[in-house]
Design a protein around this ligand. Structure first.
Ligand SMILES: [Zn+2]
Length: 358
């Protein structure tokens, strides 16, 4: 047991499920940002603002602690997590009325085969459909369908609308560049598992929000001022390149940990990532995060991620001068049909609280 504020796990689950159900591919994440903003508005300790790019920044000013007689002289710190997800846009309207896609982020084509989608038109309409290979009918193509390459050329969106031509599809209001969001298929199953697309990084955002809620409702304040940056362009590599104020001395990116063959991470712990494909994180802050996890008996792993870059590194690359660490809950089958466990979310939330309060 640790002595950190308790976590309202029912609320954490509900917030996460609701957030997962809001479509938010990169570039189309305003509703998800608005949802997080609405949640954070109830905490009067926070001052909320937006970057021009659309990220949400919440400042918790520790010097505003009333009646506690302590003021921190230490510079502020920052945390970032992202609400944007993989997705696609309409690349082309085919002569059969179906849609060709251009992917946002690293969607693997095979992972979206037969998935339901919403197409959001620039006029504000939304039209239902699903992703299929162009040789989908088993009674026409037989076994040949299994030989069809899963790629941009052979995968298409079949709209649930009466259209068999480009003209009819355009008359539905669909145009090139319209957002296509894949169904998350959220399911909270027995024993604390949550499976869904886009737990990367909505599980991280839910942990950050749960930590704020727990600390605030316990009547506590962070030991030093904190910026919470909710990013909306992470999946394309530059989310937190802007929006972390320059007086922040440290940045903790909260993003998914890679679970699978050869990895230390698991779904029941949080992980400190020491290195990913972009390079190594900051030794000093890593050491501090490890010490906090040990002190508060938080189940954690350390790991190296093979194909991964974080918003923290985006800030570094943009010239951000901070100590940087990356922590997050273990997510199985990332960028595919993902799965998390409440224990991993709780560990991450506790770790964030330990970082805020110590
Ligand atoms: Zn992520």
């Amino acid at each position: 047991m640790n002595n950190l504020p308790s976590i309202d796990t029912n609320h954490l689950t509900k917030f996460l499920v609701d957030l997962l159900n809001i479509p938010s591919p990169t570039g189309f994440a305003e509703s998800a940002i608005a949802f997080v903003e609405k949640e954070l508005t109830q905490f009067k300790q926070l001052t909320l603002s937006h970057t021009r790019k659309g990220a949400l920044v919440a400042k918790w000013d520790a010097s505003k602690m009333i009646g506690r007689g302590m003021q921190s002289n230490l510079p502020p710190v920052a945390l970032t997590a992202h609400v944007d997800t993989l997705g696609a846009v309409v690349k082309e309207i085919k002569s059969n009325g179906r849609l060709r896609l251009s992917r946002i982020g690293g969607v693997q084509w095979n992972t979206i085969e037969t998935e339901g989608v919403w197409v959001f038109t620039s006029q504000g309409e939304k039209i239902r459909g699903s992703v299929l290979i162009d040789t989908a009918s088993g009674h026409i193509y037989g076994g040949a369908g299994s030989e069809t390459p899963r790629n941009e050329e052979h995968m298409e969106v079949r709209l649930d609308a009466r259209t068999t031509s480009e003209k009819e599809t355009r008359e539905l209001g669909i145009n090139i560049g319209d957002c296509v969001a894949f169904d998350p298929r959220v399911e909270v199953t027995q024993g604390g598992f949550i499976r869904s697309r886009f737990l990367d990084d909505k599980a991280g955002v839910a942990s950050v929000v749960a930590a704020i809620k727990s600390v605030a409702e316990a009547g506590l304040s962070p030991a030093r001022s904190v910026y919470f940056h909710i990013s909306n362009y992470e999946e394309v590599g530059h989310g937190a390149a802007a929006g972390i104020p320059s007086d922040a001395a440290e940045l903790v990116a909260v993003d998914m940990a890679v679970v699978g063959a050869g990895q230390e991470s698991d779904e029941f712990s949080a992980t400190l990532c020491v290195k990913d494909s972009a390079g190594v994180y900051h030794q000093g802050l890593n050491k501090k995060m490890r010490a906090l996890a040990e002190k508060h008996i938080i189940p954690y792993k350390t790991d190296v991620y093979p194909f991964y870059g974080s918003d923290g590194e985006a800030f570094w690359r943009a010239g951000g001068d901070v100590a940087l660490a990356l922590i997050g809950p273990g997510i199985d089958a990332s960028h595919n049909y993902e799965r998390a466990h409440m224990d991993g979310l709780i560990a991450t939330t506790n770790w964030i609280m330990a970082y805020l309060l110590d």
